[in-house]
Design a protein around this ligand. Structure first.
Ligand code: SAM
Length: 246
């Protein structure tokens, strides 16, 4: 069974039942413990005609390849892969884009945390390059706490080309890099916007950086040279939220 065919954890399965119950093929719930958070999920799945099996902890650990399943594991049909064309549809529907670009994030915990931040900030979609990025794995869904089932993730073949394309549609792209002279808090983050974050090891690739309209840094007071990408993403997104509400 491929890892991405499994979704586990209470928030992730709950979001799946709310947003795409048709994707669930079967569900395993921990036997012998009537967890009040798991029971509504079992009831809801049963209403959708999903087969629910009561299983031992060992079975759930094996199915999810994790011990973090919180007593609930689902086998699912893969999510529809969204591409450049789907991004166009999104842009046509909004007069003020708010997007996140992740240039090659490879750690599932980081992508999960970025999805969670993006959902909380009201981001409409996340753009990632198809290659050299982690996809929507079971761990990503678990860490994202339901956001992997709500935020559209656009996987594009050529990130720089997609960036040019969305710029032509009026989206201003701000990249985040620790060494930039302009501070995040000086940048104008209102209007149609995409914020681009770099990968864990190499940061923004040269072409991605050159495709940004401007580059900003989050001021650092201590001795470390950079923040974790999901932390930096949260800071940038919520500064944008603050400005857009003002
Ligand atoms: C772990 S950092 C990458 C560090 C990498 N060694 C580099 O040279 O960029 C991952 C991403 O988080 C964002 N980031 C981390 N710290 C930042 C800061 N102080 N200012 C702006 N962005 C930051 C950037 O987008 C960066 O590419």
């Amino acid at each position: 069974m491929k890892k991405q065919d499994i979704i586990f954890g209470i928030h992730a399965v709950e979001a799946l039942l709310r947003n795409a119950p048709e994707r669930i093929i079967e569900l395993w719930a921990l036997q012998g413990r009537e967890d009040e958070r798991v029971l509504p999920l079992i009831n809801s799945a049963t209403q959708f005609g999903v087969s629910v099996q009561r299983s031992s902890r060992k079975v759930l650990d094996d199915k999810s390849a994790s011990s973090q399943h919180q007593g609930i594991v689902a086998r699912v049909k893969p999510a529809k892969i969204l591409t450049e064309n789907d991004l166009d549809v999104l842009l046509e529907k909004t007069d003020q884009a708010f997007l996140l670009i992740l240039d090659g994030v490879t750690d599932p915990h980081n992508l999960g945390a970025c999805l969670r931040n993006a959902d909380a900030a009201g981001v409409q979609g996340i753009i990632v390059p198809k290659d050299n990025s982690v996809g929507l794995t079971a761990t990503v869904s678990k860490v994202a706490c339901g956001a992997a089932e709500t935020i559209p993730l656009f996987q594009v073949t050529n990130l720089a080309r997609t960036m040019r394309h969305i710029q032509q549609k009026g989206v201003w792209i701000i990249g985040a890099a620790g060494e930039a002279d302009c501070e995040l808090y000086q940048a104008d983050l209102k209007g149609s916007l995409a914020i681009a974050m770099g990968a864990e090891d190499k940061g923004l690739r040269r072409l991605t950086r050159e495709s940004c309209d401007s580059i900003v840094s989050i001021p650092m007071a201590g001795s470390v040279s950079s923040l974790n990408v999901s932390v930096a993403t949260g800071i940038c997104l919520f500064e944008a939220v603050r400005q857009r509400k003002a």
